[in-house]
Design a protein around this ligand. Sequence first.
Ligand SMILES: Cc1cc2nc3c(=O)[nH]c(=O)nc-3n(C[C@H](O)[C@H](O)[C@H](O)COP(=O)(O)OP(=O)(O)OC[C@H]3O[C@@H](n4cnc5c(N)ncnc54)[C@H](O)[C@@H]3O)c2cc1C
Length: 358
Amino acid sequence: MSAAIALRRAGLAVDLIDRDPHWRVYGAGITITGPTLRAMGKLGILDEVLRQGYAADGIDIRSADGKPMFSIETQNEALGDIPSAGGILRPTLHRIMSEALLALEPRVQLGVTVEAIEWQGARTGVTFSNDQSCAYDLVVGADGIYSQIRQHLFPDAPRPQYAGQLCWRLMMERHPDIERRTFFLGGPAKVGLNPVSRDQMYMFYLEAQPEPVWREEETQHSVLGSLLEGYGGVLSDVRHHLGAASNIVCRPLETVLAGENWVRENAVLIGDAAHATTPQLASGAGMGIEDGLVLGEEIARHEDVRQALSSFMRRRYARCKLVVDSSLEISRLERERSAPLEQTKVVERALASLNQEF
Ligand SMILES: Cc1cc2nc3c(=O)[nH]c(=O)nc-3n(C[C@H](O)[C@H](O)[C@H](O)COP(=O)(O)OP(=O)(O)OC[C@H]3O[C@@H](n4cnc5c(N)ncnc54)[C@H](O)[C@@H]3O)c2cc1C
């Protein structure tokens, strides 16, 4: 959606397809970093995101028994007056972005996917699952970690890899004691509480597992309850409120970096299709949003689509690779149960680098 907004604003006609006939997103929270808020500002959606989401600078670090240890400052002068951290519900963000996009009148077709891509010189032919076909100056594959477009463009690209952790997320009312992102370190796993609106927050719990494990929905609340045993303070309150009706999502973390080049002819991969990361820096969606924005900027700046795509790659590769690599490094430190300061040093270093303009 960010690419479609940026390309419409650059004056292009845009056809957007999504295979989901209802264009849904699942109901968890998402953390937004300062650079992502900056990109949202450039896309024209920041005011709505701040109005309907939550913003607060910094991250509090507490021990597993809930005692304050230290904090990480996230402000940086490169962000100007943009808040350096925040959160929002995924369906709320989806609604804000889709409304901003639809106001720009792209052609949106839902319940449709791509059957074939045919290289035709300056243009690329795309055949859709509804038997329609069309030739395009630019094709953008933004279809997530299991990207079908990646298969079409780069059949030999690496496949998503399991990263050794399951991520549990639990949506709940915001605890009055949680006013900004809060990590609980030094226990069996990294746990965090992130506000997503004045009234709501989500918890994440990163469970180390050598192989992906499927957690049955009916028993998720009791498994999560046992994982939280021994944690104190706010997390002890959270554990006592768990029940069969709790809003829990549990999934294995996976990652993929589709090589050093995401461009073939006049087609490009963006977002998780190009660089899916584990969530330690809360920057996966942020990098995807920036990709879309930069694509629009480069298309507006160049007459030639291929030159625009080369500039796009120059601006995006190192930045997205930094997110994937640093997130995996933090994930390793978490699984090894390394000292909290050792983990947060990598978080701080990567976030400071991402705050810079690129
Ligand atoms: C546990 C977890 C926590 C996370 N937390 C954060 C966070 O706090 N902050 C953050 O910035 N990021 C976070 N992320 C990462 C973030 O969720 C992803 O980076 C982001 O959703 C990627 O967006 P995307 O649009 O590239 O792909 P997706 O969100 O996967 O969207 C892909 C779209 O393409 C459609 N599609 C798929 N296949 C096809 C097809 N064949 N044809 C047509 N359409 C298709 C889908 O229906 C979907 O609408 C987290 C990820 C995980 C797993």
